[in-house]
Write a protein that binds this ligand. Structure first.
Ligand code: 2HA
Ligand code: ZN
Length: 275
């Protein structure tokens, strides 16, 4: 059966658009950032012969919980800036082998490229999110400038950081009522940071990595991009507020409770004062 051109696939177009937007936002300098997108076999089958493995790529950790799953991934060392110019070199489509130790490359990552160096954090986060949300699909990492900056200046406390972000833009509580997690500085690309990220992801779709950047997850590309964009906007406002001399008045906990009720969201327990 003839296959359609994969460059016309919605998931490839979404990946190209997201990487381009993120680059334009200044969140992904050089090879910064990575995205992995969980796909259904039926989606992939329209474009690729699933028996045609181009290359087998080993992983440094056990991904057997994702056996036979398909992912569109950004490449290690590749620049978001360049994805739209040469998608087949900068992104790729992989399937996790039954043993969880190898990946079958089905498309892309041409010229010997391999998936993002952050694959452990991504795969462990996918496993964690799938355990709490069956519709989960995307993990996105970037170096969102103002969020990154806030990890230097704000009290390193998840509750306080969440409250500050909620107070900086009225939309924030509605977009991430569960709040944000914060990890201490850890070496990127390791299983250790992967495990810490995944543990945090069980509670929040946003996880800040101190002095590095942010992880976001969710059901589709727009949702995850929008999630990071909203938190990053709040962090940008915080930066201006601090530069203008600091907070003199703010959204109160009473306001936030009213907002939660109006939009039907449940704020993270014990993050707001009881009214
Ligand atoms: O892929 O952002 O965290 C480059 C990075 C590593
Ligand atoms: Zn990074």
């Amino acid at each position: 059966m003839s296959k359609e051109n994969i460059l016309t696939a919605p998931f490839v177009k979404e990946m190209i658009e997201a990487t381009q937007n993120m680059y334009q936002k200044g969140w992904d300098e050089r090879n910064g950032g990575n995205i992995t997108y969980l796909l259904n076999e039926e989606d992939v089958e329209k474009y690729l012969d699933l028996t045609e493995v181009k290359r087998v790529i080993p992983t440094i950790f056990d991904a057997s919980k994702l056996a036979n799953r398909y992912f569109l991934v950004t490449g290690s060392g590749k620049y978001f800036k360049n994805v739209h110019l040469a998608p087949e070199e900068n992104i790729g489509l992989i399937r996790v082998q039954e043993n969880g130790k190898n990946l079958d490359l089905l498309w892309g990552l041409e010229n010997g490229a391999v998936p993002t160096s952050e694959l452990p954090s991504h795969f462990m986060s996918h496993i964690a999110r799938l355990s709490v949300d069956k519709e989960h699909k995307i993990v996105m990492h970037c170096h969102a400038t103002h969020l990154l900056a806030m990890t230097f200046t704000h009290t390193p406390c998840e509750k306080e950081l969440t409250r500050t972000l909620w107070q900086m833009c009225t939309e924030c509580l509605v977009v991430f009522p569960e709040g944000v997690s914060l990890l201490p500085w850890l070496i990127p690309g390791t299983n250790e940071i992967g495990e810490a990220t995944a543990t945090a992801m069980k509670n929040t779709r946003l996880v800040l990595w101190a002095y590095h950047g942010v992880y976001g997850s969710g059901r589709d590309m727009d949702e995850v991009f929008g999630l990071i964009e909203t938190a990053e906007k709040a962090a940008e406002v915080y930066t201006y507020v601090q530069a203008q001399g600091g907070v003199k008045q703010t959204i109160t906990d009473e306001n936030l409770w009213a907002l939660a009720e109006a939009f039907g969201v449940t704020p993270r327990e014990n993050y707001l004062e009881k009214i």
